[in-house]
Design a protein around this ligand. Structure first.
Ligand SMILES: C[S@@+](CC[C@H](N)C(=O)[O-])C[C@H]1O[C@@H](n2cnc3c(N)ncnc32)[C@H](O)[C@@H]1O
Length: 318
């Protein structure tokens, strides 16, 4: 696991928060840390500090095996993904803890590697069925789930983008990645997207099949992107086979468009594919209203199913 590699430890590691999303509000972290502080005041705990420069990204607290939990493990507390208020509360608690209890190791890690390690941890928890009690979903074979034709279809969209001078580069976000069918094409094209998807089972399947990169995949509702990423965080935001988009449910998809645009940089690439013309017209109208300049592209083929229409454009200056 990347965390163990980064920190140079062999023992088991557990995050206090039960999901990536819970890292935003740090409810458990703040409660537990208050408890830990009492022991820290007596200098009784073993601590590791993870930092980037002078900034503390997280701490690990050692838990000695006992009758209840018969293995040694480290509990991880981090404020690195939290919203401003919780991050401040975390830092105050952290400082008071470190004032009483010097860490036995101070480990320098870039905030990017730390994020990757946190993502990977939750991906592994998901794929090992630790986040879904009583899961009875059986793994399927790669061939029964993934289709080379579909992957090729996505790759062909990028051939057209190249011709039109819209090829993505830099930090890429893929929304609604499903089980990673479209993400496979992005990886093969040399892109390294952060992939988000609301459906845990789809993400789990993609991780299980080794399709999705566990360090770059997050279970997340794409209508809430701006809660987790700063405005302008990505050079390109894309999504494949969104929908079905109808008049009656279009607000959901327009919400995803709005969030996608908000986390894209000015000049950033915006790309969405769908199955039908009415769907892309709904998305394109919304994107143009949000200040994205671009065009609808007819990509229809004889099969008439996947990525038949797409919108590609760039976010304009506000
Ligand atoms: C038709 S699938 C496409 C999956 C993948 N992009 C592909 O091309 O194979 C659409 C995906 O959008 C996801 N989705 C729908 N609403 C979402 C939301 N609010 N946030 C994130 N993903 C969402 C669905 O769970 C589904 O996996």
């Amino acid at each position: 696991m990347l965390l163990q590699e980064l920190l140079g430890i062999d023992e088991e590691i557990y995050f206090v928060e039960e999901s990536y999303l819970a890292q935003r509000t740090l409810k458990r972290t703040l409660d537990y840390l208050k408890g830990v502080r009492k022991f820290a005041e007596e200098g009784q705990i073993r601590l590791l500090r993870v930092r980037e420069g002078e900034h503390t990204l997280g701490i690990l607290v050692f838990n000695q095996a006992d009758e209840e939990v018969p293995v040694n493990f480290w509990s991880v507390f981090t404020g690195a993904l939290a919203e401003t208020r919780s991050k401040k509360d975390f830092e105050v608690l952290m400082d008071s803890l470190l004032a009483f209890n010097l860490p036995e190791k101070d480990i320098e890690v870039s905030s990017e590697s730390w994020r990757d390690a946190v993502n990977e941890y939750y991906s592994l928890m998901l794929v090992n069925r630790n986040l879904c009690e009583g899961c009875s979903v059986k793994p399927e074979s790669y061939e029964s789930v993934f289709s080379e034709n579909r992957v090729r279809r996505v790759a062909e969209v990028f051939d057209i983008l190249q011709e039109k001078g819209f090829y993505p580069e830099g930090k890429v976000l893929e929304v609604c990645c499903g089980n990673g069918m479209s993400t496979i094409a992005l990886y093969r094209l040399g892109l390294d997207p952060l992939a988000v998807e609301i459906n845990k089972c789809a993400v789990c399947q993609g991780l299980e099949q080794g399709v999705l990169n566990p360090r770059k995949t997050i279970v997340m509702d794409a209508t809430t992107l701006s809660r987790y990423f700063e405005p302008g965080s990505f050079d390109a935001v894309m999504g494949f086979m969104l929908g079905l988009v109808y008049e009656f449910n279009k607000e959901l998809w327009i919400g995803i468009m709005r969030e996608a645009v908000s986390v894209a940089k000015e000049g950033g690439l915006i790309l969405f594919t769908v199955s039908s013309k009415p769907e892309i017209e709904i998305l394109a109208r919304a994107l143009l209203r949000m200040g994205v300049e671009g065009e609808i592209v007819d990509n229809t083929d004889s099969e008439g199913t996947y990525d038949q229409w797409f919108f590609v454009g760039r976010k304009q200056k506000a």
